[in-house]
Design a protein around this ligand. Structure first.
Ligand code: BDR
Ligand code: CA
Length: 318
């Protein structure tokens, strides 16, 4: 096997974020260097508590967690408690973590880690992009030091999921998204267009939730809330597990096909705030600033995800 890909996971846990953390812990192809936490699905304090509890559940006690920005760069805070539950993890009730967050700010952790290993670190960003943008602004050398950013966010050819035009992670901090899109860092975008179809269903989740299996129990309790939300809000069965699908691209890039694209984000209009304008034609000789996922092998990913959760459970809770 190749050396594991070294990653930082920038995240706002959040139900599908929690699944991304568990997938990272379950995957020997990645070395998770730390979690950097950002506001988003819930408040920063809730996201920090959730991140620590999920690390403990998934055997990640040795992984440091860094608290980052508690609000967007310019816009007021937008949370998604209706989607992710009162404290961000649906109906799951994990015991409060014994772990503590590290003292360093997430932005400084990102900068320090990337500069210490130029060209090696992949930043997987599955929440609003505030930490990432602030790090790029604070340390201009960061853009040249990161191997790439793999982000979950944007509605490129689809309707949005938080407004008719905007996807949550971009909507929650469009100015930060603008900084990331124009940073020059090699960028892979896993858009909502794709992840809305990557759905976990009650039947799959129930099979994981066997007695004495805390990871399966957690996934079932968290996603039951998320599935109810999807049924109520979108009218379909199952829940979109956006963030682990983005994370999987780091170690299984051939799950997807990609197209070069130029992406810009609307930051002025109240009607279309956070709308990502995707120029796939690269009109007027525009240079692409991202590679967007345009197709994804959902069945292969879902069976990998379920298998990895089973293996992690067996290893930690035999
Ligand atoms: C994104 O928004 C959040 O609710 C999810 O965690 C995911 O990162 C999907 O639009
Ligand atoms: Ca997220």
């Amino acid at each position: 096997m190749n050396a594991p890909r070294r990653i930082i996971l920038d995240t706002d846990p959040g139900i599908d974020d929690a699944l991304a953390i568990l997938l990272a812990l379950a995957s020997p192809e990645v070395e998770l260097l730390g979690l950097s936490i950002v506001h988003g699905n819930c408040t920063l304090a809730e996201a920090v508590a959730n991140g620590l509890a999920v690390l403990e559940l998934g055997g990640g006690q040795h992984i440091p967690l860094f608290a980052g920005c508690d609000r967007p760069l310019l816009r007021p805070l937008t949370t998604a408690h209706d989607t992710h539950g009162q404290r961000g993890l649906g109906y799951a009730q994990l015991p409060p973590a014994r772990l503590q967050p590290a003292r360093e700010h997430a932005v400084d952790f990102i900068i320090r880690t990337a500069l210490a290993a130029p060209g090696e670190i992949t930043l997987v960003a599955v929440g609003p992009l505030t930490n990432v943008a602030l790090a790029l602004r604070k340390e201009p050398r960061l853009a040249g030091a990161l191997r790439e950013i793999v982000m979950m966010g944007s509605a490129l050819r689809a309707d949005g999921n938080v407004t008719p035009r905007a996807e949550f992670n971009v909507y929650a901090d469009p100015h930060a998204a603008h900084i990331v899109f124009s940073s020059g860092v090699p960028l892979v975008i896993m858009p909502w267009d794709i992840t809305r179809l990557v759905r976990l269903h009650e039947s799959e989740v129930d099979r994981l939730a066997q007695p004495g299996k805390p990871i399966g129990r957690f996934i079932a309790d968290a996603t039951r809330f998320y599935i109810e939300f999807h049924r109520r809000y979108f009218g379909y069965d199952g829940c979109a597990i956006n963030d682990p699908a983005a994370l999987a691209l780091v170690f299984l890039p051939d799950l997807a096909t990609y197209t070069d694209v130029y992406v810009a984000v609307e930051t002025c209009s109240s009607l279309t705030m956070g709308f990502t304008v995707a120029d796939f034609m690269l009109s007027g000789g525009r240079q692409p600033n991202a590679r967007a996922v345009v197709e994804f092998d959902t069945p292969r990913f879902l069976s990998l995800f379920v298998e990895r959760m089973r293996t992690l459970e067996e290893r930690l809770y035999p």
